[in-house]
Ligand binder design. Structure first.
Ligand SMILES: C[S@@+](CC[C@H](N)C(=O)[O-])C[C@H]1O[C@@H](n2cnc3c(N)ncnc32)[C@H](O)[C@@H]1O
Length: 224
């Protein structure tokens, strides 16, 4: 058994892994709120705090004593938008590789009992794993666009809308083909990153052993 409590205005500095993030948007929002946040991606980082980026396979650093993980695993072989290729991807093993990748984060939570959020578009994980805890859209967080985005939450609260606006433009859906289309489509919206950092940045994890301290208060190294 474990308990999570949430302390508004009583910030616990957390060592967080933002897994599969190249943009640095959530990492920077967490750092701006005082956390020791690190992004990890195979790609180089964008954003302000590039010195807090681990350019490597995320599974090399997943077991580095994080207080919380927020993961944006690749959705190419999982998202319903690619359903016409599913049978081919099932046969050649790409879909299995995609689900295994996603489930590695669930296994991390089961090992550590630490807070975890996984973000992915609508797709097969709703049946392969379980239904998401919520589906959000950018228009709930200040961007007048639609993009159904699933969140699977483990020891974290539902993300409350911060700024519901009127626009419902399907910009992502209509994005024309280009070399970096997939990269642009996967970019986290700033308003959603801000909401995650504000609302989940105060998630305090309490295991059976009380008064567990944050492993790395220095901010200097992710200790991996
Ligand atoms: C759906 S995109 C998420 C992008 C994110 N929302 C952002 O704003 O940067 C998935 C990301 O996973 C990265 N990725 C794929 N395999 C990876 C691995 N083994 N380790 C780390 N990152 C990986 C890709 O490079 C891609 O940037």
């Amino acid at each position: 058994m474990y308990v999570h409590s949430f302390h508004a205005g009583n910030l616990l500095k957390m060592k967080c892994l933002i897994a599969c993030e190249y943009s640095g948007r959530l990492r920077d929002a967490m750092i701006d709120r005082g956390h020791n946040a690190w992004s990890c991606d195979l790609l180089p980082s964008e954003g302000e705090h590039k010195n807090h980026h681990l350019q490597c396979d995320v599974f090399e650093v997943l077991d580095s004593n994080w207080d919380m993980v927020i993961a944006f695993p690749p959705c190419t072989h999982l998202a319903s938008s690619g359903a016409r290729w599913f049978s081919e991807k099932r046969e050649d093993g790409r879909q299995q590789a995609g689900t295994d990748f996603f489930m590695e984060f669930v296994a991390w939570h089961q090992r550590t009992l630490k807070p975890l959020a996984i973000e992915n578009p609508v797709g097969i994980m709703s049946t392969h794993y379980r239904k998401p805890d919520q589906i959000i859209h950018p228009w709930m967080f200040g961007h007048g666009e639609t993009k159904a985005t699933c969140l699977w939450l483990h020891g974290l609260p539902i993300l409350n809308p911060t700024n519901i606006v009127e626009g419902r433009v399907p910009r992502i859906w209509k994005m024309p083909p280009s070399e970096d289309r997939a990269k642009l489509r996967s970019l986290t919206y700033v308003g959603i990153a801000q909401a995650m950092a504000t609302q989940w940045g105060n998630a305090r994890h309490t295991e059976k052993t009380p008064n567990k301290t944050t492993p790395d208060e220095s901010g200097a190294s992710p200790e991996h």
